[in-house]
Design a protein around this ligand. Structure first.
Ligand code: LMR
Length: 336
């Protein structure tokens, strides 16, 4: 009997010692790095995603968001994620120029008629193709979803920007996309690629004369306070590829993956609405700044001016056929 008890206890001890670690005890940490303020479409979506995952998975998966380029500037975030130094990020399409250059599709000027077209593209066959591109590139990066920011507005310190001739010789800060460089060249302007975190100083110190960005990025980083002329041009789109380190993703239990995917789908849908609200709100705040005595003049484009700008930038649509499939561009031109 005593021997039996001894063996039984030894067995229990062995099982305890050599049993695989109990998943329930393991905490998975997600560091989500981005470069913008919290009061922007991406800032809102990242925080909302973190809050919901932390609640739903009760600390088993802990998401911590690092905004304002606290961890990585946008040009380093993709490499850092690929190397596993962070788990999640949502860089704008322009930042993928060196990794998935086809994403420059979203930087094409005057290509997307409205946000609905962007959504149909990312939710449809082109979105699927882009997902596959991420897999095939072997970057160790999984594309989870796409988030909106909004359409971009031009500003500068040289003169009001209304027609192509106004852009002549003006130096603009641009994101790292070659499409944006070509866009500026098509206007007779110069595009200087700079990280987002350096834009305010570059404008203030005259390293560049102007910039293009969304109302939320302009307002929350106070670019309008160091610019004299701002044109509501809506000439191009900014949106984000929400990415996760593939190895980290694979290490998550299937049920956690499912919860995270479901939350991302919900947050993406809500962020589309929130993005429109923030764009409206922050455009109004920029206008209010100008009206209340800020050293800033606001301009709207009339139809003729829009047509001229559009015509000047149109050649860019066909200049990148080696990296952005022309059939995508042609298809999007027909979408309303
Ligand atoms: C920029 O660099 O202007 C944007 O990509 C910033 C952002 O993430 O919206």
């Amino acid at each position: 009997m005593k021997r039996c008890i001894f063996f039984a206890s030894a067995l229990v001890l062995c099982l305890a010692l050599f049993a695989p670690p109990v998943m329930a005890d393991k905490t998975f940490k997600i560091r989500f790095s981005h470069v913008v303020s919290e009061n922007t479409p991406k800032g809102w979506a990242a925080n909302e995603f973190a809050k919901r995952v932390n609640e739903a998975l009760d600390g088993k998966v802990e998401v911590k968001v690092f905004p304002n380029a606290q961890l990585y500037g946008d040009n380093q975030a993709i490499e850092a994620l690929s190397a596993g130094f962070i788990e999640m990020a949502a860089p704008s399409s322009a930042k993928f120029v060196g990794s998935v250059p086809a994403l420059q599709l979203f930087d094409m000027p005057f290509l997307f008629a409205n946000l609905g077209v962007v959504h149909d593209v990312v939710d449809g066959a082109i979105g699927d193709e882009i997902r596959t591109m991420f897999e095939e590139r072997g970057l160790g990066i999984k594309l989870m979803t796409f988030w909106d920011n909004a359409f971009k507005q031009f500003s500068c310190n040289v003169r009001p920007l209304l027609e192509p001739k106004d852009f002549e010789g003006v130096k603009f800060r641009i994101m790292s996309s070659d499409v944006l460089e070509a866009q500026m060249k098509a206007l007779g302007a110069v595009g200087l690629k700079l990280p987002f975190s350096e834009v305010y100083n570059a404008l203030e110190q005259g390293v560049v004369d102007g910039q293009e960005n969304t109302a939320s990025n302009i307002y929350t980083k106070r670019f309008h306070e160091v610019q004299k002329y701002l044109t509501f041009s809506n000439h191009g789109y900014i949106g984000y590829a929400v990415i996760i380190n593939q190895k980290f993703w694979n290490s998550l239990p299937a049920e956690y993956q499912e919860t995270i995917s479901t939350i991302l789908t919900e947050v993406t849908a809500e962020a589309r609405k929130k993005g429109v609200e923030l764009d409206k709100e922050q455009s109004a705040l920029i206008r209010e700044y100008a009206e209340k005595g800020g050293d800033l003049e606001i301009f709207e484009l009339n139809e003729e001016q829009t047509d001229k700008l559009q015509a000047a930038m149109k050649p860019v649509h066909t200049q990148f056929s080696d990296v952005v499939p022309p059939r995508w561009v042609e298809k999007i031109k027909t979408m309303k």
